[in-house]
Design a protein around this ligand. Structure first.
Ligand code: NCD
Length: 307
């Protein structure tokens, strides 16, 4: 039962609970309007202390499509955080008005802290460079839809694997399924943090390799997960400018890839996928954005206890 549960990191729900969410998301997608009153009378608060397009709007769309209502802020300057209010006090207060809280915050651990003070379920919509579990829900649902399974896949992660929270969460989420192998492609300075490689993958015997050459490995991949270089988490502009265009996926590079590769990207894209790739049937990132809404509808219906 997911009723009343927080979602802070990608393994908070068991594999069986995740499976229930995927099945529910597919049911909601197929049944469409028959879910339009499922959450009538419920209120979702979206507290975004960092910019967002897809995550916030897909959560709000999800709640509205379930018949519920939304309130919140997308600009922290407009909340009492600007006056120095603590996160603990903010969530205790918002929990008096809303039935669930979705929060994005630039500080690692912010969502966990919020969950300790909140009287209602807290969903982590990104805590700094740490985790983004509802993007993982989206990514897993997408892979499951496209490939029919979450097992025995060779998955390439490319770009800023150091600061990219979606990468940390997806690697942790996907490594629970049998037979998956990861290839991390990044400049040395932007490699996956050790708390994921040594702390999770090596410890659990999950096969992975690290390289800085996409061309060398692209032909081995079933899934290619491209990411943006996370400008806002760099300490200096110079490093960002030097690293920002390290990888650009284009039609030429894709000629070396498998015909059934799926190219995913959590979006927003900056330069790392050339526009010409959008027309390639292997480009799945806009589908992925759409599945994100169904994944969030399933999550909200479940934690609010109406599914
Ligand atoms: C990601 C994020 O915020 O971490 N975006 C998203 O939620 N879809 C990826 C990013 O910002 O690069």
């Amino acid at each position: 039962m997911l009723t009343g549960r927080h979602l802070i990191e990608p393994r908070d729900f068991s594999v069986a609970e995740m499976e229930e969410l995927f099945v529910l998301a597919e049911r909601i997608e197929a049944e469409g309007k028959s879910w339009k009153d499922a959450c009538r009378g419920s209120v979702l608060a979206t507290l975004f202390f960092e910019p967002s397009t897809r995550t916030r709007l897909s959560f709000e769309a999800a709640m509205l499509r379930l018949g519920g209502s939304c309130l919140g802020f997308a600009e922290p300057g407009s909340s009492s955080a600007a006056k120095g209010e603590s996160l603990a006090d903010t969530v205790r207060t918002v929990g008096c008005y809303a039935d669930a809280i979705v929060m994005r915050n630039p500080k690692e651990g912010a969502a966990l802290l919020a969950s300790r003070f909140s009287g209602v379920p807290v969903v982590n919509a990104g805590d700094g460079g740490h985790h983004h579990p509802t993007q993982t829900l989206t990514d897993l649902l997408t892979i499951r839809r496209l490939r029919g399974s979450l097992e025995n896949l060779t998955v390439g992660f490319c770009g800023d694997l150091k600061f990219g929270r979606t990468v940390h969460s997806l690697a942790k989420g996907l490594s629970r399924y049998n037979g998956n192998k990861f290839i991390f492609v990044s400049p040395k300075e932007l490699g996956v943090p050790e708390y994921i490689t040594r702390g999770v993958l090596a410890k659990e015997g999950v096969e992975y390799q690290e390289t800085d050459r996409l061309e060398k490995v692209i032909g081995d991949l079933d899934i290619l997960y491209m990411t943006r270089v996370q400008k806002e988490r760099f300490f200096n502009e110079e490093d960002y400018v030097r690293l920002k265009d390290s990888y650009i996926l284009d039609a030429e590079k894709l000629t070396r890839a498998k015909p059934d590769l799926a190219v995913l990207h959590p979006l927003p894209r900056v330069n790392e996928i050339s526009m010409e790739v959008d027309a390639d049937p292997r480009a799945a990132y806009f589908k992925q954005a759409k599945y994100g809404m169904y994944a969030r509808m399933a999550l909200l219906a479940s934690i609010l206890g109406v599914a």
